[in-house]
Design a protein. Structure first.
Length: 253
């Protein structure tokens, strides 16, 4: 049974600890949880189960939060000085550590199972790419877990990866929101499917997932683009005012 307390930091000491120790990961999990809830309703799945799994899927990161990019200051990345294999070991360990934490806190087995499979045995691509010149065996850079065995695990895998990728891509470049979002969704799902992580999903389910994610992400990034444009307008107005002020001063001189 999924307790309502699981969703409230004031009633869940574990969730409050997550928010304090790994704020970036916590925010990411909130976003993933909201998207998973919408998808669950569209597919008539147990929305409380999927929402709970999504909210706690990165709880294992509280043991080493600084090693995950969403919790790092902009000028600090401990992986810069680590061997890619060591980095992979640290990153992938958050799955087993998360499972242990949830067992210790008496979470439902169904939730723990979903979380344990949400990365499958996928490759930690960033560190594999970093090591390609000296290390060609990509299996050394894979998560040590089962591929998603049920629909909920596969859904969490997709939403987790899409949300994280979208945020990263948008931070690096401010492309048109619609084309940007569609590209992230398509390339992420294709990459996971090509790696045989989504073998238990039908085309019909994937279509629903893509439509929901497109709508959710376009809503988020459209607003952010508008705000950025507003800021640009303010900057332009400020520059014009400064130019006018200089012109006035020059005329006085």
């Amino acid at each position: 049974m999924i307790k309502t307390d699981y969703f409230d930091p004031s009633k869940s000491p574990l969730l409050e600890k997550f928010r304090e120790l790994a704020p970036g990961s916590y925010k990411h999990c909130l976003n993933v949880s909201n998207m998973c809830e919408t998808i669950a309703m569209e597919l008539d799945l147990d929305k409380e189960l999927l929402k709970c799994a999504a909210l706690y899927h990165d709880i294992g990161k509280i043991n080493n939060p600084i090693y995950f990019s969403e919790n790092q200051p902009s000028d600090e990345n401990p992986h810069d000085s680590l061997d890619p294999l060591m980095s992979t070991m640290i990153i992938t360990k958050h799955i087993s550590e998360g499972v242990m934490i949830l067992f210790q806190n008496d979470f439902p087995k169904e939730v723990i199972k979903i979380i344990s499979q949400h990365h499958g045995d996928s490759v930690v691509q960033a560190f594999y790419n970093k090591a390609k010149k000296t290390q060609s065996n990509e299996n050394k850079f894979r998560y040590k877990a089962d591929k998603p065995q049920d629909l909920e695990s596969a859904l969490l895998m997709i939403v987790d990866s899409v949300e994280a990728t979208a945020k990263s891509k948008f931070t690096l470049s401010k492309e048109n929101d619609k084309s940007f979002v569609q590209d992230v969704i398509t390339t992420t799902i294709d990459r996971l499917a090509d790696d045989n992580q989504l073998d238990n999903m039908t085309l019909g389910v994937l279509k629903v997932v893509k439509n929901v994610l497109k709508k959710e992400l376009e809503s988020v990034y459209h607003k952010r683009v508008v705000y950025d444009d507003d800021d640009d307008d303010k900057d332009d107005e400020k520059k014009k005012a400064q130019k006018n002020q200089k012109s006035i001063v020059k005329n006085w001189e």
